[in-house]
Design a protein around this ligand. Structure first.
Ligand SMILES: [Zn+2]
Ligand SMILES: [Zn+2]
Length: 419
């Protein structure tokens, strides 16, 4: 990222005759304020670049031999020369950890001790993917067109013509960022913002030198057909990762596109882990006399047939649960399945049923009699509303429900009637 135009003394903001101690202090100060983990996500790429520049400047200027080379030949002495330690730098957290004894607490990216870390990846793209329970049951392949930024094939991410050299950005003096003062209450705080003129590069190509294809942006938009496979038995919250399919950023490993599954609610089935539950309706006649028929359509379209009873004379009660082993959801990466729980809803006859007195008499004879009658000394026959509603239960009680709330809100207004 550091072009030939970058002045290492400017990067560290030290005078040309700075001694080693001043260089170390300047680097330490700059590194602490521009660590990529301390800036918002949107500024992280630019901060990464800035941090790498800082590290490079420190590497060269702190080493007397390298500094002499730089003073006499400039960056040409280092670029592409295979100079040890000048290529892929170690992980930022490693540098901080070794220099300042921090890093562990600065957030992720701390690799195993002594391990050489991969270059920082461009941000992952996470998105939700809503999916029907049917598709989770059967598994599904989804294809979709994606537009993403890919490294420009003409300039290979340089942004300029092959022989052109980038110019130092005068807006930010080649830093790629600017210090701004922000007022927060009575305090002024200093913060670093990415330079909008050069997008944090500290340099850019003159109009005539810009790459024709990407116009200096270093990347182009490209359409790609992506395919994800959602395995049968996948569940809400599962993540499906398309590695390296996120936007490409010059000098960085591309991040991943990650889909997080969101299971849509189903009209018929409820899911808990690998088990399914559904309510089935049976008529009163079926509940008493039995049946043999399809009671529900499964998620793959199969009709599920039940024969009831297994033993003559057994009846189905409202709320009874029929467990069908092995007819639940598939379990990922296995042939096993959960179970299906069928909750019985007995449909009693409605107003359309007009049995004759004789039929009712016969029914009474056929069905078991009620338990022993309740005995009482006094008996009152009462009227009733056959369509009573339990929501009304308790609503007329002056001491229940709302009465005590009134007491708090408006003292002295209620509470007299029953005293
Ligand atoms: Zn280009
Ligand atoms: Zn700039």
């Amino acid at each position: 990222m550091s072009g030939a135009m970058v002045d290492l003394y400017e990067v560290l903001q030290v005078p040309r005759d700075a001694n080693k101690d001043e260089i170390r202090k300047a680097y330490r100060k700059a590194a602490l304020t521009s660590h990529p983990d301390k800036v918002p996500e949107s500024e992280r790429e630019a901060a990464d670049v800035r941090f790498k520049d800082l590290q490079q400047a420190y590497d060269i200027l702190y080493d007397e031999d390298k500094r002499h080379l730089y003073d006499t030949h400039g960056m040409a002495a280092f670029n592409g020369s295979g100079e040890p330690g000048m290529g892929e730098g170690p992980d930022l957290d490693d540098i901080l950890a070794s220099m300042f004894g921090m890093g562990g607490g600065m957030g992720g990216g701390m690799p195993g001790m002594g391990g050489r870390a991969k270059p920082r990846a461009s941000p992952n793209e996470e998105q939700k993917y809503e999916i029907k329970l049917e598709d989770l049951y059967k598994g599904k392949t989804v294809k979709f067109a994606s537009t993403k930024n890919v490294i420009c094939t003409l300039c290979k991410g340089k942004g300029g013509k092959e022989k052109a050299t980038a110019k130092k950005c005068s807006t930010c003096d080649g830093q790629g960022f600017k210090e701004v003062l922000t007022r927060m209450g009575q305090f002024l705080t200093q913060s670093t913002v990415v330079c909008s003129t050069c997008n944090g590069d500290g340099q850019f190509f003159a109009a005539k030198d810009k790459c024709k294809k990407c116009k200096g942006k270093k990347t182009n938009e490209a359409k790609k057909i992506l395919e994800i496979y959602i395995p049968r038995g996948a569940k809400d919250g599962d993540r499906i990762v398309l590695e390296g399919e996120a936007d490409q950023v010059p000098g960085q490993e591309p991040g991943d596109i990650i889909f997080q599954l969101e299971e849509e609610e189903h009209d018929v089935f409820k899911r808990a882990g690998a088990d399914l539950m559904a309510t089935i309706d049976v008529t009163l006649a079926e509940a008493l006399a039995g049946f043999s028929r399809v009671v529900i359509k499964h998620l793959d379209g199969r009709g599920i047939e039940l024969q009831h009873p297994k033993v003559p004379g057994q009846v189905l009660s409202p709320g009874q649960v029929l467990k069908v082993a092995g007819e639940g959801m598939p379990i990922k990466r296995s042939d096993a399945r959960g179970d299906l729980y069928l909750l019985v809803n007995v449909k009693f006859p409605d107003e359309k049923w007009k049995p004759s007195a004789a039929v009712l008499e016969r029914l009474k004879e056929m069905l078991p009699n009620s338990d022993a009658p309740i005995k009482a000394d006094t008996v009152d026959e009462v009227e009733y509303d056959p369509k009573g509603n339990l929501e009304a239960f308790g609503s007329q009680d002056p001491h229940g429900g709302s009465a005590w709330e009134d007491e708090d809100e408006e003292p002295g207004t209620a509470q007299c009637a029953t005293q």
